[in-house]
Structures are given as structure tokens and as C-alpha cells.
Design a protein around this ligand. Structure first.
Ligand SMILES: NC(=O)c1ccc[n+]([C@@H]2O[C@H](COP(=O)([O-])OP(=O)(O)OC[C@H]3O[C@@H](n4cnc5c(N)ncnc54)[C@H](OP(=O)(O)O)[C@@H]3O)[C@@H](O)[C@H]2O)c1
Length: 333
């Protein structure tokens, strides 16, 4: 049960019961956020939340079978091989090949099935390493990404380019294919694995174990890097808005505002407060920090949808921690 409330999404009246919206990666963190919003707001249309059991999208035959079965009019393409800093550094070939194959197969099927609009998912961590802050949409391809996640970043950048090429070659430049660029996401249904997951769910899992076992709560790195964290339900409301209203092919940053950027140390503290953990937080400064910051501007989104209200960080953390504690035995970890 959630205490978090939000307004309906402008443009949702455009959906009707004949619309079929395929969400690839629908069983993951972002997809589950969309499912929650669709149910809460009782959006029209048939939403199909596909996970890898519904078809391995790396395989063109399986991807085609999924499209044949679902016959989507709209597609939100979220499926990806994802992970945190350490996984990104260890499995670069997999990050490149798996993601390029999935993306090419999905986009080809969207074109073949005459999908009205496809919104794919990029990430703020694919922007150039050397860039002036805050980052805006138009610098996406202006220099190499950080070495730690270059394979993932180039695969996502090519997803943007392939989307644009489909628009150019087949749709006279109409933006049938576009993308969003979310910042770090978190929420219920995240991957709480400490080695392979992202920083925030990893911190939640560490503190859970520290509290249970009476051990130290050790944060990897200095705690100084700054990040923008976006609740999956907020990102869900933004991508649905994009699907229904955005008419450009340039990927749109969907992120909390710059002023809501927080240090890893502050995130660790907020989570500790929610767990009522009172011991000192320790930092393992031998471990890599990753990029110091990658502040992204959400100015373009704000101009297009000025009334959008973000869920307060503390409320979303509280909701996520309570869910994690209640579902510890079955969460991904
Ligand atoms: N999490 C973040 O902080 C973040 C930030 C920026 C952008 N993004 C982007 O958001 C999107 C969703 O990420 P997420 O955090 O929701 O990831 P996630 O929780 O790990 O979910 C990944 C989803 O992709 C599906 N998938 C993976 N490999 C597949 C395959 N071979 N065939 C079919 N489906 C496959 C998974 O299906 P199963 O459940 O069956 O495995 C799952 O539904 C990704 O494109 C990611 O790059 C995420």
C-alpha cells in the first residue's frame, strides 16, 4: 500500500481501449514503476509488461514472436543488460553485444509492425566524461564516455542514432522513434545485489545486513560523488508523458532538478535514518568512486511539463525501505 499520490498525466485521454502498449523490460525496476502508475491512474489501453521469460530480445526470432503475439501500437523499450559500476567494468563485451542486439531487434520489429511511437531508454551515465555542467541533451555525442561504462554507453548512444535513422529513412523525419535519458533510478523491485546492483539499493542491502548482524555499515568509496536519484514511479510518469506528448526525436532528459543532487554520503545517511541505524557510517576509500558528478539539467522537460511534481526523496526512500524490509526473502539480491 502506498501513501504517495500524484496527478493524472496530461495526454492520457489520447489512449483508448484499442491501444496496446508493449513495455519491454516491464518486469524490472523501471517497468514496475510504470505498472504501478498505470494501475493507480487506471490508464486506458492494454499494457503488456514483458520480461525475458516472454522472449529473449537478443534473439530476433523471439523478439518477432513477442511482437506477433502482442501486436503493439506503442512501445516503451526499457529492456537492457544493466548493472552498477563494478559489473560495467567486468563484462564490457556483454554490455555491448547484448544491448546492441536487443536494441536493433526491438527497433526493427517496431518498424515492421508500424508502431505509432517508440520511446527507448538511455541513461545520464552515457554522456561524455569531459563535459560542462549541467549537462543538456545536445551534447550526448560530443566526446567519449567515462572508461568505466564505455561499452554500455556506446550501445545506448547507438540506440539514439538508430532511432533517428529509422525516422529519417522511413518516416520523413517524423519522430516515431525517440528516447528518454533517465538519471539514477531507485524504488521497489530494484536489484539489491551488493556487487552487481546500483549504489542506492546496494546501500540499502548493506545497512539491512549491518543491522541484522551487528556489523559495520561500510560505503564503497569516499562518499563524495554527487548524483541525482529519481524515484521509479516519477520516472514512469515522465516516460508516459513523453510517449503521449513529446514530438521530437532528440532524447529527453528525465531527472530530478539539479538542486536535488545529493552526495553518496548523504544518501547513506538518509537510508540509515529510515532504518533507525545509529552506529557510525564507515567509508572504504580504497574502492573506486566512479565519476565525481554528472549533473544533468531537466530544464527542457520542465519547460514542456511545468506542473510536474516530484515525490520528495525522503518519502520515496521510506517507501522503498519499508517494501525492501517486508519483502527481503524474495527481492532480487
Ligand atoms: N536503474 C537505473 O538506475 C537506470 C538509470 C538510467 C537508465 N536506466 C535504464 O532503464 C531501463 C530499465 O532498467 P531497470 O533499472 O529497470 O533494469 P532491471 O530492473 O534490471 O530490468 C531489466 C529488464 O530488462 C529485461 N531484460 C534483460 N535482458 C533481457 C533479454 N535478453 N530479453 C528480454 N528482456 C530482458 C529484464 O527481464 P527479466 O526481469 O525477465 O530479467 C527486466 O525486465 C534500462 O534500459 C536501463 O538502461 C536505468
Amino acid at each position: 500500500m502506498t501513501n504517495i499520490t500524484y496527478d493524472t498525466i496530461p495526454g492520457s485521454e489520447k489512449l483508448d481501449d484499442n491501444d496496446v502498449i508493449l513495455v519491454t523490460g516491464g518486469t524490472g525496476l523501471f517497468g514496475k514503476g510504470i505498472e504501478e502508475v498505470v494501475q493507480t491512474l487506471k490508464l486506458k489501453g492494454k499494457f503488456y509488461f514483458a520480461g525475458s521469460k516472454d522472449g529473449n530480445l537478443k534473439n530476433l526470432d523471439e523478439c518477432e514472436k513477442l511482437f506477433e503475439k502482442v501486436k503493439p501500437t506503442y512501445v516503451l523499450h526499457l529492456a537492457a543488460f544493466v548493472g552498477g559500476l563494478f559489473r560495467n567494468m567486468k563484462y564490457k563485451v556483454d554490455f555491448w553485444l547484448d544491448n546492441v542486439n536487443m536494441n536493433n531487434n526491438v527497433l526493427r520489429c517496431c518498424h515492421k509492425h508500424n508502431v505509432k511511437k517508440t520511446v527507448s531508454c538511455l541513461s545520464t551515465c552515457i554522456f561524455p566524461d569531459k563535459v560542462s555542467y549541467p549537462i543538456h541533451e545536445d551534447v550526448l555525442h560530443n566526446g567519449p564516455p567515462h572508461f568505466s561504462n564505455d561499452a554500455y554507453a556506446y550501445a545506448k548512444r547507438m540506440l539514439d542514432m538508430t532511432s533517428r535513422w529509422f525516422n529519417q529513412q522511413y518516416y520523413e523525419g517524423e519522430a516515431r522513434f525517440t528516447s528518454v535519458i533517465p538519471t539514477n533510478l531507485y524504488g521497489k523491485y530494484d536489484n539489491f545485489n551488493i556487487q552487481d546492483g546500483h549504489v542506492l539499493p546496494g546501500l540499502m542491502h548493506k545497512i539491512y545486513l549491518a543491522q541484522k548482524n551487528g556489523t559495520d555499515y561500510v560505503v564503497y568509496g569516499t562518499g563524495k560523488p554527487l548524483r541525482q536519484f529519481c524515484y521509479n514511479v516519477d520516472a514512469a510518469r515522465m516516460i508516459l508523458w513523453t510517449l503521449l506528448n513529446y514530438t521530437e526525436e532528440e532524447p529527453l532528459i528525465i531527472s530530478v532538478p539539479e538542486e536535488d543532487e545529493v552526495s553518496i554520503a548523504d544518501v547513506a545517511k538518509t537510508i540509515a535514518e529510515e532504518f533507525k541505524f545509529e552506529k557510525e557510517i564507515k567509508f572504504d576509500t580504497e574502492k573506486a568512486d566512479g565519476q565525481y558528478k554528472k549533473t544533468a539539467s531537466n530544464d527542457k522537460f520542465k519547460k514542456l511539463y511545468p506542473d510536474f511534481k516530484f515525490t520528495p526523496f525522503k518519502d520515496a526512500i521510506a517507501e522503498t525501505v519499508q517494501w525492501f524490509q517486508a519483502n527481503y526473502e524474495t527481492v532480487r539480491k
